[in-house]
Design a protein around this ligand. Sequence first.
Ligand code: ADP
Ligand code: MG
Length: 372
Amino acid sequence: MPTPAAGSPATAPDLDIRSVRKRYGAFAAVDDLSFQVRRGSFFSILGPSGCGKTTLLRMVAGFIAPDDGDIVIKGASMRGVAPNRRPVNMVFQHLALFPMMSVGENIAYGLERRGVKGASAKAKVIDMLQRVGLPGSEGKRIDQLSGGQKQRVAIARSLVLEPALLLLDEPLGALDLKLREHMKVELKQLQAEVGTTFVYITHDQSEALVMSDQVAVMNHGRFEQLGTPQQLYYQPQTAFVAGFVGNNNRFEGTIESRNGEQVLLRTASGLGLWSQRVGAVDVGQTAVLFIRPEAIEIGRSPRELPAGEPAWSASVQSVLFDGGNSTVLVLEDKSQTPLHIALPLTGRLADLKSGETVHFGYQPSQAWCFPA
Ligand code: ADP
Ligand code: MG
């Protein structure tokens, strides 16, 4: 098959957001955003409540018009295109399934509105139920389904219309924790199987990290960083991203000295910490430093720490047992600075108790310092 020319609809990204802005009065809910979503990817937009996620998604769906900029789907501008004419579908937290209809009728509903009826609609419904892992359940009533099954029916109802983009607005938010954990994995598998481009918005960083190919971290109507889950976790570009994605110890202070790309931050409590600098951080400036709990080494004696690393002593305040993710809260002895440290998986500190003295250290290359 010949390859289509670059820039043709066949090679265009599924979604191309170009300098899009939406204001409510003087307040910019979405502030001059530009980004692209690759075909077939699971793309998440992660940010705190109120940062503009739903506003952005509703503009893509066509329910809100941008004040400026353009939304291009599969190479076609959506300016002036009504929601029902766009090649997108939206899945909401409140799934809005019709309780009086069967599973099959729910899925066929949108097809019928498009004039697809009878045997051809039925074949599509049966095929879609197969693909979402609910084969043979077309005759079931909605209230016979579990929460996770309802979720899959809601997605099937959207996917059966063969949208270029499936837009999901916090669809797992109403589920209990255990089901949410399960659905994270299911949704990712489902997306990989059907191959439809998913644009998923959430305030839950663990959802975004587990499911996505690409994540954009959003704050105040703008993207702070766009990258793979690994890039966001291991190479945060802003203090907001370092604080929002994963757990982190956060320290404020002033830069006391600099050695190449590493800087020494002194906290108000007197603790001196070396780290990688990110951005224009230099001597004399206030800054904020992050170290992940699992980047800190801990032992009952300094000999248990890697040689040559700076080390401190601390007292254990509490042990936060959470199976493989257990952490301890310690107070560094001299400065009384609190730190969270992940417990090693080997179990050598499994019996650690409050009040014990421990020693800790870390590699400065594993910590980051940003302008405050
Ligand atoms: P998110 O989905 O990230 O929680 P939203 O996109 O719903 O955020 O809202 C972003 C901001 O825009 C919020 O501060 C919200 O109060 C404001 N906002 C949303 N819709 C309207 C509206 N119709 N009128 C005025 N302000 C709005
Ligand atoms: Mg929202």
